[in-house]
Write a protein that binds this ligand. Structure first.
Ligand SMILES: Nc1ncnc2c1ncn2[C@@H]1O[C@H](COP(=O)(O)OP(=O)(O)OP(=O)(O)O)[C@@H](O)[C@H]1O
Ligand code: SF4
Ligand SMILES: [Mg+2]
Length: 411
């Protein structure tokens, strides 16, 4: 596994190696390497001086395969939407590489950039604000044809828009209606139809169902799945709701403070997570069965997410991690396969002490317990009973004695 975490700014590999395990046999359609987006923080009115930067996306790498859905999850402010905008070229990257079918997007301009952009479209969160209330649905969906007339010449546009309305399950007769004449779910269908207008290959969905009723969410998710099969679309699906992400995704990437901390298939992430942050997120997923709810160990993360303008040294999660050790302060954990993990636990995880969390017979990750007394230098195995052990060859062996009171509440 290549080292993707410590590449210096500007060091963009000319030919990226395959990254992570992707859907079997799939060719990467999008290759993202060490992508960085920093928003400068300035001071002064007349003469502006840069005094820092918000590190919204800070070294993100992944592949997206044709026909797959890659879910991206993480707390508010961790950089999901910024990542989406940089991939779409709506925001210029500070550094790093985005390749579409092998072609570096940031190096393109003019007609070639326009051609690539056509193939990557976005569906936004809020169907209320993302549609212009003064335009008819026909004009909204057909607007992209003004920029790309080659996709639907003028005489064919009305028919093309009506076909799209039909594809997303809306009555083609509604072409002259305005957005306020539709429900929230219908409006999101209009947003999806617009996203499909240019026949893209990749659609980035940024919280596409978060503003919708639960019953309508399922309809929109089903529609996205149907369209994926029909048009061989590849999705990047950003959402807060881990259950929805699991339902739709082939693989899932977990973001924390501008970095991907874990990435793998849905089974690897949801049933064999090895990063403490992922484990905490998963432990907070609502469980409908009251019995199961009572018996599980919930990790309640303490403290706020640190500012992306001043992230912690070493591992960015260390200020909230119950397993943190000295090493975590000094050494940035790379997103890589930890050598000591086996089976489905063996997937990309950016943690020096990556280990599965099991809750049988003990409170995994209890206060101070997650890091207590791992066998010196031994492979971690699982995190059962709060004993992760240390990675093989780790100087100092297994993490010694978790900091009392530093762990999350388990309940
Ligand atoms: N244009 C901008 N200028 C300065 N900072 C920005 C800008 N856009 C985003 N940020 C900052 O970058 C960080 C990441 O924001 P982003 O919107 O990508 O988070 P997110 O993961 O999408 O959050 P949410 O789940 O709430 O949508 C935040 O700290 C945000 O304040
Ligand atoms: S154990 Fe260390 S490296 Fe792993 S998530 Fe916690 S702070 Fe980060
Ligand atoms: Mg967002």
């Amino acid at each position: 596994m290549a080292d993707h975490g410590a590449t210096a700014l500007g060091a963009v590999a000319p030919e990226p190696a395959a990254f992570g395990r992707t859907v079997a046999g799939g060719e990467p359609i999008l290759q993202v390497r060490d992508l960085i987006k920093h928003f400068p923080l300035t001071q002064g009115v007349v003469i502006k001086k840069q005094v820092g930067a918000v590190k919204a996306v800070d070294g993100v790498s992944f592949d997206l395969v044709k026909g797959e859905t890659l879910g991206i999850v993480g707390e508010s402010g961790c950089g999901k939407s910024t990542l989406a905008k940089v991939l779409m070229n709506l925001e210029p990257a500070t550094d790093g590489s985005v390749r579409y079918k092998g072609e570096e997007i940031s190096k393109l301009s003019g007609a070639s950039l326009k051609a690539v952009r056509r193939n990557i479209q976005m569906v936004f969160q809020d169907p209320y604000t993302s549609l212009n209330p003064r335009m008819t649905v026909g004009d909204i969906i057909g607007e992209p044809y003004e920029i790309h007339p080659e996709v639907a010449p003028k005489g064919d546009r009305r028919k093309a828009v009506q076909d799209l309305l039909d594809v997303v399950g809306l009555n083609p007769e509604y072409i002259n209606r305005y957005p306020h004449q539709f429900s929230g779910g219908q409006r999101q269908r209009i947003g999806i139809a617009r996203g499909l207008a240019l026949k893209p290959e990749v659609i980035i969905c940024d919280e596409p169902v978060s503003a919708l009723d639960v019953s309508v969410q399922a309809q929109v998710i089903n529609l996205l799945e149907k369209l994926q099969d029909e048009f061989q679309l590849s999705y990047i699906f950003i959402a807060h709701d881990l259950s929805i992400v699991r339902h739709i995704s082939d693989r899932v990437g977990v973001m924390y403070l501008g970095k991907l901390v874990e990435i793998g298939t849905d089974l690897e992430i949801y049933d064999h997570a090895t990063h403490p942050y992922t484990q905490a997120l998963l432990s907070a997923v609502p469980v409908p069965d009251p019995g199961a709810r009572e018996s599980r160990d919930r990790i309640v993360l303490t403290g706020d997410v640190p500012s992306p303008a001043n992230p912690p040294s070493g591992c960015r999660f260390r200020t909230r991690c119950w397993k943190a050790q000295d090493r975590c302060t000094h050494e940035i954990p790379l997103l890589t396969h930890p050598a000591w993990l086996q089976g489905l636990a063996s997937h990309d995880s950016a943690c020096h002490f990556a280990a599965e969390r099991t809750v049988e017979g003990g409170a995994a990750g209890g206060p101070g317990g997650g890091a207590a007394g791992g066998p010196a230098g031994g492979p971690g195995g699982t995190d059962a009973g709060g004993s992760p052990g240390g990675p093989a060859g780790d100087p100092g062996g297994g993490p010694a004695g978790g900091a009392p009171g530093a762990g999350p509440a388990v309940g």
